[in-house]
Design a binder for this molecule. Structure first.
Ligand SMILES: O=C(O)C1=C[C@@H](OP(=O)(O)O)[C@@H](O)[C@H](O)C1
Ligand SMILES: C=C(OP(=O)(O)O)C(=O)O
Length: 431
């Protein structure tokens, strides 16, 4: 399915933020790893969170869900032996479950998105699992991947953090269940470091003890721990809401997004500060962001690694700012659903934006007069490319057609409904 985005000068109204993807995947996982029954209020519903639901069920958890909550009885440290798991296109779900697969006999993660997740690297996690004595069959670090657990015991592990934080998160979920204590040392750099804060927060809520150094480069993890069954409430999602807030910033608007916790550990809450620094009129009080856009924005310089999943939306806003913006320290955007530097900038350029790429930077020469539009955009299987190009289309001179926009459902199936509720002219059409 494609979406036609027709230029829309004003947006107005109130929406509730979608539920956080990162907290939903984590709460589903820790509930599955507990023996006993946990309850998660307001879990996200999207392809990625559904992938986690499906896989933990395959591994032996039982799930019962109604409108507001999901009740999960976990399998503890003994997942059922399954031959295959299908994580769809969900990177975090794959990496977390590659860790947990070390507790079973022999699991193959199949490759259902050869042009997206199928191209992403997992070598650094594979190397760490091998240090624990786990056998891993793979194709040059990529899917399909078969993991043969063989009862790992724990011990000293190193993991590179220079491509993704998800490898470290995977080890943090696995090691408390092992029979011996573990010590994890992060090598090189740790990208998306802020996301590790979310992993540690959820582990603590699940009753797990981990001793982390302040810089998150060293961890001591006592073995023989048990995840506790608990009740969790999922907060609103900043990465998805960042696109809605960017849309409000580039139009004349009076837009309110509710359920965005001010003291959240989601790095992408930086969208609020970034828009504020770009001189977009807004307030953030009582977990509610209120944007009163006048269409005028100032350029910005920003360390994108602090808010990795909001950078594309920030770049979209910067396309209409006065001056040149620079988003640096963003190399790991290249290892996401597509190459979010080369592929994204190619689509922005098609739409008429003036952007330049460096290996680890995106430079945007803002055009307050708007961009030309009038072209077809390739979504590259990437929900965040789809959301960001929609923001650009709202302020183009001519409509944008976003091909295969249904991939937005990876994280935010109701994105276009939410934008339409705010008055945006966005229409689905058969491809
Ligand atoms: O741990 C997680 O849930 C995630 C970590 C981040 O990935 P990287 O650590 O690969 O940057 C983020 O981009 C992704 O959407 C979700
Ligand atoms: C990169 C993302 O997700 P994942 O790595 O889990 O596929 C994302 O949601 O933008």
């Amino acid at each position: 399915m494609d979406v036609i985005v027709t230029p829309t000068p004003t947006l107005q109204g109130t929406i509730g933020a979608l539920s956080s993807k990162n907290y939903t995947t984590r709460y589903l996982l820790v509930a599955a790893l507990a023996e006993g029954t946990s309850t998660i209020y307001y879990p996200a519903h999207s392809e990625d969170s559904d992938a986690m639901r499906r896989c933990i069920q395959d591994l032996g958890a039982s799930l019962e869900e109604d409108e507001e909550k999901i009740v999960i009885t976990g399998f503890g440290s003994r997942p059922r032996n399954v031959k295959e798991l299908n994580v769809g296109n969900a990177g975090a779900v794959l990496r977390f479950l590659m860790g947990i697969a070390a507790l079973s006999e022999n699991v193959t993660f199949v490759n259902t998105y050869p042009d997206s997740l199928g191209k992403r690297p997992h070598d650094d996690l594979i190397v760490s699992l091998q240090q624990l004595g786990v056998q891993v069959e793979h194709r040059e670090g990529k899917l399909p991947i078969t993991i043969s657990g063989g009862a790992p015991k724990g011990g000293k592990i190193t993991v590179s953090g220079s491509v993704s934080s998800q490898y470290l998160s995977a080890l943090l979920f696995l090691t408390p269940l092992l029979s011996e204590d573990s010590e994890i040392e992060v090598l090189h750099d740790l990208k998306s470091k802020v996301v590790i804060g979310q992993t540690l927060e959820v582990l603590e809520q699940a009753g797990i003890v981990i001793h982390a150094s302040d810089d998150y480069m060293h961890f001591k993890v006592p073995g023989r721990q048990a995840y506790q069954p608990r009740t969790y409430t999922v907060q609103g999602d900043y990465p998805g809401s960042a696109a809605v807030l960017a849309a409000a910033a580039v139009t004349r608007s009076d837009v309110t997004v509710e359920r965005l916790m001010e003291r959240s550990k989601q790095g992408e809450r930086a969208i609020v500060d970034v828009l504020r620094q770009m001189e977009v009129p807004l307030t953030h009080e009582n977990d509610t962001v209120h944007v009163q856009g006048n269409g005028r924005l100032k350029a910005i310089e920003f360390d994108g690694d602090a808010a990795t999943d909001a950078v594309l939306a920030m770049v979209a806003a910067a396309c209409f700012a006065e001056g040149t913006s620079r988003f640096y320290n963003v190399e790991n955007l290249r290892y996401k659903e597509c190459d979010r530097i080369t592929d994204y900038l190619a689509e922005l350029t098609k739409a008429g934006a003036k952007v330049e790429e460096r290996q680890a930077e995106i430079i945007v020469h803002g055009q307050p007069e708007g961009v030309e539009g009038g072209v077809e955009i390739n979504a590259h299987y990437d929900h965040r490319v789809i959301m960001a190009l929609t923001v650009v289309g709202l302020r183009s001179h001519k409509p944008l057609v976003i091909r295969d926009a249904h991939h937005v459902a990876k994280s935010y199936p109701q994105y276009f409904d939410h934008l339409r509720a705010l008055g945006a002219s966005v229409e689905w059409k058969e491809s």
